[in-house]
Design a protein. Structure first.
Ligand SMILES: Cc1cc2nc3c(=O)[nH]c(=O)nc-3n(C[C@H](O)[C@H](O)[C@H](O)COP(=O)(O)OP(=O)(O)OC[C@H]3O[C@@H](n4cnc5c(N)ncnc54)[C@H](O)[C@@H]3O)c2cc1C
Length: 422
């Protein structure tokens, strides 16, 4: 498939890697994973570590989807705050969700364990777009400190320039446990670790259908029927193509990134080298690459057609934050689909021998690695932690195949309008 969105900084700076697997006669495995993003790779690796024989099927190449083109921002937690989780689900479930999603950084653990070279850096700043946003952030930081002994820095408006050279924000929370990385090189590192653990990685082949066979479900791909006792569907934005019913739970929202040329004044823009995301509904998020480019994400489109000129589409958002680099050359512009659920919590579960995890709603760089590991844990017989996620509420979008996206779009446009009205 030619990808009009592939002009990414990440693709240009990716480590060279090709899967060693060549299709032979025996295509029977314990586990078939569909999708070579963070979720599928993490699940495949964790399953192999538990002794399962595993094949991973990716229709393009490792990291082709959101995992290889995201903002690279590692933001602890979920799209809901910890206090919202506690209010909704009670103390005990909130404790487990907190331990899993905030405290236990599985990405850092994988990077350390496998020596993955992906420019990992510490520090994430949530920047307040309005004074009201800042008040809410400060209250949440105080709650996290008091309830979980989770320490972050409350940054007043006057101190924001220690992190970001713009007067635009009304304060923020700097979380040293967050960070940023080169997402495609992380995906490639996971693939190398998975292959070393025995996973067969089949790139360039699309899974069309999950089927029943005498041994249990299997997967029909372009060229083969692959037998497997368990299937893991990790196709995120494309999940409806493989499992139409699961497709009802997310809508794909297009989001775009640019990378400037390497900047002489890069360190002055982001003095603490933190990643930044602001509190608008259609947020701006940015960080520096290892070679001192500004990687900036901003603007969403509710149509699936990309803008003709991505750099021209994103540049005004960048200029609003950093007018001092208005003339910077933009070397790369790319985009991808963010799979969003109705309530912005991921949809994770199991139907018979088919496991799935999708809909991380723009907050998947950290939690997808965890999700993959929890699937492996459940498959091996300990489902307690997996069930905490599987029991999160989930609802399909209303409207059926034709109306689902337009209806969801109307809702999203309403929130985007509220951003503009301030
Ligand atoms: C532009 C953008 C910016 C983002 N920024 C951030 C960020 O800064 N921080 C953050 O936390 N999150 C961010 N996200 C979200 C995050 O990237 C995702 O939540 C996460 O990568 C999802 O990983 P995944 O493995 O579930 O899905 P994907 O990475 O999308 O992987 C799915 C894979 O399945 C493959 N596939 C699909 N159908 C088939 C099939 N039929 N057969 C075989 N293979 C198939 C695809 O080719 C793809 O490689 C961003 C997303 C986008 C698009």
């Amino acid at each position: 498939m030619t990808d009009p969105l592939a002009n990414s900084y990440y693709a240009a700076t990716a480590h060279k890697w090709r899967s060693a697997f060549r299709m032979g006669e025996d295509l029977s495995f314990d586990v078939a994973v569909i999708g070579g993003g963070f979720t599928g790779l993490s699940a495949a690796l964790a399953c192999a570590e538990r002794g399962f024989s595993v094949i991973l099927i990716e229709r393009e190449h490792i990291g082709f989807g959101a995992s290889g083109r995201n903002g690279g921002q590692l933001i602890p937690g979920l799209r809901w705050t910890a206090s919202e989780l506690e209010t909704e689900f009670g103390r005990e479930r909130a404790d487990t969700l907190f331990d899993l999603c905030w405290r236990d950084n599985r990405v850092k653990a994988r990077i350390a364990r496998h020596g993955i070279d992906c420019n990992l850096k510490a520090g994430h700043l949530e920047a307040a777009w309005t004074p009201k946003d800042f008040d809410a952030m400060r209250r949440e930081a105080e709650y996290l400190a008091a309830r979980f002994d989770y320490q972050s820095e409350v940054v007043g408006k006057g101190d924001m320039t220690a992190h970001v050279a713009t007067p635009l924000y009304h304060g923020g929370i700097h979380d040293p446990q967050g960070g940023h990385f080169h997402p495609l090189n992380y995906a490639i590192g996971l693939a190398q670790a998975a292959e070393a653990a025995g996973v067969s990685i089949l790139e360039g082949q699309r899974a069309h259908k999950i089927t029943e066979n005498p041994r249990g479900p299997g997967v029909i791909t372009d060229r083969a029927h692959i037998g497997a006792r368990y299937v893991i569907d990790a196709t995120d934005s494309w999940i409806g193509h493989v499992e139409p019913d699961l497709g009802r739970y997310t809508v794909p929202i297009m989001n775009y990134n640019i990378a400037t040329e390497p900047l002489k004044n890069a360190d002055a823009l982001l003095p603490s080298d933190t990643a930044v995301a602001d509190s608008r509904f259609v947020l701006n998020y940015f960080r520096l690459s290892a070679d001192k480019r500004l990687i900036f994400g901003g603007g969403e489109r509710y149509s699936q057609t990309p803008p003709r000129d991505i750099a021209a589409f994103v540049r005004p958002f960048m200029m609003q934050v950093f007018p001092q680099i208005a003339d910077a050359k933009i070397d790369y512009g790319w985009g991808g689909a963010v799979a969003v659920t109705m309530n912005r919590l991921p949809h994770i579960g199991r139907r018979g021998n088919v496991f799935f995890a999708h809909g991380f709603s723009g907050h998947g760089a950290l939690v997808t690695t965890l999700a993959g590991e929890l699937i492996a844990e459940a498959m091996a017989g300990t489902a307690e932690r997996f069930d905490i996620f599987a029991n999160l509420p989930s609802r399909p979008f209303p409207g059926g195949p034709w109306l689902r996206r337009p209806l969801a779009t109307l809702g999203l446009l309403w929130y985007a309008l509220r951003d503009r009205l301030g």
